[in-house]
Write a protein that binds this ligand. Structure first.
Ligand code: GLN
Ligand code: ZN
Length: 763
């Protein structure tokens, strides 16, 4: 019999129960016991959903983050939280977010306030984890309580439990040594703790443990590869059986290494690395289980089950009981239940599978392998019909869009003249002072804005009423900016709920779920729009709002758009064509918007590419290919304008060292970036690379309620001027201001404008 299992289940809850329970607790409006009870109930429900599987994961549930859980299990707490006298869970939240619940703060006086742990992206997903902190003196000590407790719960419920932990090498790989010491040197101290944990599992009657080592799908230095050998040799004497799990891509040059490790089973990502299945099957020792991730754990599309069986059946014939099947990775990255969707178009819905539906698919595959396809004929037939319907649907395919894609050539993404000439023409029209000031686009999303939007959505406010409400907000934003004396104004983005969803909603080829939430970090979830078909723009999206805003002022009004790469990277994207093609389609659609804005007299247009860097592939050797089409997509969007039109772009980071040439290649006239928190240190990239165009390094940390002082801003800009010629510098905040309040924004921008004036005197 083939064994079915799952690497992890989304823990936030189908109705985001965990999110609400956490936030209520943090506000001090519920007790710790109530929060714990919600966690327990969610775990029980999620195991029930996985009851049909041969193994269900235990320990995949986390109140905040699975990596932080592992840090606590390994006793690796940052020094700054060690003296905490309160509850363990409260200390956990202190590391996660700098503070625990409202009422649990009584210890902040005796044990000191803390800085939150650093957060970073989990491989190439949009999930963020808390980075483990190390230094040369880090010691580990086992705290198995969380796992023991959850195993006990599972036992009571009769769950076929398999604990899941992050492996020792990946754990070190994910962390950071604060003193720049070699974190691999900690491995000998770490391994005994893992050994003791595995022995705990044995004592609990556990047969199999899942050890996640996704670092194996990345490019590893020899020392890291060596660490895998050391680690698994050391753990091989433990009695519990080990399933080593890899996911998020092919093993490539680590394939042989992975196959040789002394473990009892190896899980590979057969969605992203189908061609490695046969290689791995041939190389694994005869007694080792091969687990194939045959269902995409990261998207929302139905699996073509018949196609999967075409390769699974022969594999099963040769491996027999040694074959296990599962989703490719933890289902953490998918929404929970498609059945909750009441408003989704029925045809599009028939093409989709969320976590629960993916587990059903797994059962069908297992049924077909164990008892023949005939035993699940109905399910296979329904699946085939849905796959065929999607493949052939006129809603997916738009010949005009495909024809436009075929016509793309290098000229499309090229400005008429080079930057120096454009800059002259733009200066003549815009007539801006040195150190021009601007903002990144959004102004505070006030209660009135949110109220008008929800009334409009609910039908209580008609279109005219809604438009009037938004225009009032735009007028207010324009007046405030004029009063502040900003040079290039924005309309404030009042009408936008979200910078990607807003554009998706007005493009053909997009669908939206009601409950398609995925965890981004902690209690934060995102609901990515679904890009299912060829993309086109039925009509202008932002032109009216921008024109209205321009009519309120004689200063230049910047048109604000989200760029194609960012729209792509923050969506669930169709899997029936390369991502590059979907990106080019978005590029052509947003290009039309750019040209319409230009036609309407807008002289400055900003195209945000907040997520360009996020899309970088896991392996550096694949970066070039991505950067090539991502940059070309931006160029197609932006570069059809006249020399006189000034193109801005914005990115929410400034780690440009390794991609600066590509950023320059985008050829935007002005780029605004996030730099204030790093004290301009991130401008290092510009030391060795002569960035040719204009730059606005952020001088106002919009993530903090603090108001930057004028002197501070002047200092920051002077630092920037050491690296970038002053005549090419702009003065602006790090990012949009929508999460801030007007009371904070006004004094901050007042200081910013004052700083620019001071700088001009020195210029
Ligand atoms: N224009 C957007 C805003 O100001 C940019 C947001 C972002 O970069 N994340 O909100
Ligand atoms: Zn930003």
């Amino acid at each position: 019999m083939v064994t079915t299992h799952n690497l992890g289940f989304p823990r936030i809850g189908a109705k985001r129960e965990l999110k609400f329970a956490l936030e209520t607790y943090w506000k001090g409006q519920s007790t710790r016991d109530e929060l714990k009870a919600t966690g327990k109930a969610l775990r029980a429900r999620h195991w029930e959903h996985q009851a049909k599987l041969d193994f269900a994961p235990v320990g995949d549930f986390a109140f905040y983050d699975q990596v932080l859980d592992m840090s606590f299990t390994l006793g690796n707490l940052p020094e700054r939280v060690r003296g905490f006298h309160g509850d363990r869970l409260d200390n956990y939240f202190r590391v996660a977010r700098g503070r625990s619940a409202h009422g649990a703060q009584e210890h902040s006086a005796c044990c000191g306030g803390v800085a939150a742990g650093e957060m970073t992206k989990w491989f190439d997903t949009n999930y963020h984890y808390i980075v483990p902190e190390f230094d040369a003196s880090t010691n580990f000590s086992l705290d198995p309580s969380r796992l023991i407790e959850q195993l006990a719960e599972a036992r009571v419920l009769g769950v076929k439990a398999r604990p899941v932990i992050i492996g020792p090498v990946t754990y070190l790989w994910l962390g950071k040594a604060k003193d720049d010491s070699d974190r691999l040197a900690l491995l000998p101290r770490l391994l005994p703790v893992y050994a003791a944990l595995l022995d705990y599992f044995t004592a609990q009657g556990v047969e199999w443990v899942q050890i996640d080592e996704p670092a194996l799908v990345t490019e590893l230095e020899p020392a890291w590869r060596e660490a895998f050998v050391t680690a698994y040799d050391a753990l091989s004497a433990r009695r519990v059986r080990v399933l080593l799990a890899t996911y998020f891509g092919p093993l490539k040059d680590n394939l042989q290494l992975a196959c040789q490790l002394p473990v009892d089973g190896l899980h590979i990502d057969a969605v992203n690395a189908r061609d490695e299945v046969a290689l791995v099957a041939a190389q694994l020792p005869d007694s080792t289980v091969l687990s194939v991730g045959a269902i995409n754990g990261r998207n929302i599309w139905k699996t073509d089950l018949n196609a999967a069986l075409e390769w699974l059946e022969p594999l099963y014939r040769s491996l027999g009981d040694r074959l296990w099947i599962a989703p490719s990775c933890s289902l953490l990255h998918t929404p929970v239940d498609l059945d909750s969707e009441q408003k989704l178009d029925a045809e599009i819905k028939s093409w989709l599978a969320f976590a629960l539906q993916k587990l059903d698919e797994l059962s069908v595959l297992a049924g077909a392998l164990n008892n023949g396809r005939a035993s699940v004929a109905d399910a296979l037939e329904a699946n085939a019909a849905a796959i065929e319907n999607r493949r052939a649907s006129p809603r997916v395919h738009n010949p005009a869009v495909k024809a436009a894609i075929a016509r793309i050539d290098a000229a499309l993404g090229k400005r008429a003249s080079a930057y120096p000439l454009r800059a002259e023409k733009q200066a003549a029209i815009l007539n801006l002072p040195p150190f021009p000031t601007t903002t990144i686009g959004s102004f505070p999303q006030t209660g009135e804005i949110r109220h008008a939007r929800s009334q409009f959505k609910a039908g209580a406010l008609d279109h005219t009423g809604y438009k009037a409400a938004m225009e009032r907000e735009i007028t207010r934003a324009v007046k405030e900016q004029e009063a502040l004396g900003l040079d290039v104004l924005v309309h404030g983005e009042a009408e936008r709920n979200d910078m990607v969803e807003y554009f998706g909603e007005q493009l053909d080829g997009y669908a939206f779920s009601q409950f398609g939430w995925v965890q981004s970090y902690g209690s934060r979830c995102v609901k990515p729009p679904i890009l299912f078909g060829d993309i086109s723009r039925p009509k202008a999206i932002t032109v009216e709002w921008t024109q209205y805003a321009q009519s309120q002022t004689t200063r230049p009004m910047k048109g604000m758009l989200t760029g194609p790469v960012t729209i792509l990277n923050w969506s669930f994207v169709r899997d029936d064509q390369p991502r590059s093609v979907s990106c080019y389609q978005l590029a052509l659609a947003i290009r039309e918007e750019v040209l319409d804005l230009e036609k309407a007299g807008v002289r400055v247009i900003q195209i945000d590419e907040a997520a360009l860097r996020e899309g970088l592939p896991l392996r550096k050797s694949h970066w070039n290919e991505y950067l090539q089409w991502a940059v070309e997509s931006f160029r197609i969007t932006a570069n059809g304008v006249k020399d006189e039109t000034q193109i801005h772009t914005h990115m929410c980071y400034s780690e440009f060292n390794d991609i600066i040439a590509s950023i320059a290649d985008m050829d935007a006239d002005v780029i605004t970036i996030e730099t204030s928190r790093s004290d301009m240190e991130l401008l290092d990239a510009f030391d060795h690379f002569n960035y040719p165009n204009e730059i606005g390094p952020g001088v106002y940390d919009i993530h903090s309620p603090n108001i930057p002082g004028e002197d501070h801003i002047v200092q920051l800009m002077k630092k920037a001027a050491e690296r970038i010629p002053a005549e090419r510098l702009w003065v602006n905040p790090d990012c949009g201001l929508k999460t801030r309040a007007w009371e904070e924004v006004i004094p901050a921008l007042r200081n910013m404008v004052a700083a620019a004036k001071t700088l001009r005197q020195g210029a």
